[in-house]
Design a protein around this ligand. Structure first.
Ligand code: NAP
Length: 217
């Protein structure tokens, strides 16, 4: 039974990732800020282990890495993110740009113990800097910084035998994407799962979309 770890599985895309991997009979490590109130995630049937994680909390990150010390993670997905205008620049940077790297680095040994050794960091096309003189929003800048850091680290991760990518999930109808978004969570997640299933070493270090197209930086 392959194992997936989903960081940020309480709702939206993360919850649908948990639902689809559970239906495909994967073992799931899912993180949530409030495991005492797991909501829909707690009602999913399958081999699901819940972990408490606020991605800004270093002791939560350490505890998560320790909890999976004796097993391997085949697919690691850092999905948690925010686009809330009420949050400060520092908070958005911390959650969207710094935490995905800190959490991933802490879980690298577990991914290396896995068979597939795949890492997916959820970014956004709004974080692409190419061909544009427009100013990025705080959200866009946070994802651009995530992409930049990912590109710096990717060579070392590749040498360590990992297949790591950043992924744009499309514009998806969630709390973040809003009701007018073009994709349902089911469509986005089933597309992303196909992309993840098909990942090969040649895909490593690149920016992919939910429907398998490569995205410019
Ligand atoms: N929806 C879109 O159209 C779209 C487009 C491009 C990229 N994305 C990216 O896709 C990912 C998922 O988006 P979504 O649409 O599913 O968003 P969402 O519905 O707003 O869900 C966000 C998820 O992130 C978690 N989270 C936020 N801050 C956290 C923290 N400090 N610690 C731990 N977990 C935290 C939330 O947990 P709580 O329930 O505890 O708040 C929730 O599970 C994000 O990285 C987002 O930037 C989304």
């Amino acid at each position: 039974m392959p194992t997936v770890m989903i960081i940020g599985a309480s709702r939206g895309i993360g919850l649908e990732l948990a639902r689809q991997y559970a239906a495909a009979e994967w073992r799931i490590h899912a993180t949530i800020r409030t495991p005492a109130q797991p909501g829909e995630l707690g009602r999913l049937a399958g081999n699901i282990v819940l972990h408490e994680l606020d991605v800004r909390n270093a002791s939560h990150i350490d505890a998560l890495a320790k909890a999976v010390e004796s097993e391997g993670i085949d697919v690691f997905i850092h999905n948690a993110g925010v686009s809330d205008r009420r949050l400060s620049w520092d908070e958005v940077m911390q959650i969207n740009a710094e935490a995905p790297i800190a959490v991933t680095q802490a879980l690298l040994p577990a991914v290396q113990r896995g068979t597939e050794k795949k890492i997916v960091l959820m970014t956004s096309q709004l974080g692409a800097r190419y061909g544009s003189s427009r100013r990025l929003s705080t959200y866009g800048e946070s994802k651009a910084v995530l992409n930049d850091t990912f590109r710096e680290l990717a060579p070392a991760w590749g040498q360590a035998g990992l297949i790591a990518i950043v992924m744009h999930p499309g514009w998806v109808r969630t709390d973040m994407g809003g009701a007018a978004a073009s994709l349902s969570v089911e469509e986005s997640v089933s597309g992303m799962r196909q992309v993840i299933d098909g990942l090969k070493p040649a895909h490593h270090g690149r920016f992919w979309t939910w429907d398998g197209r490569e995205h410019a930086w």
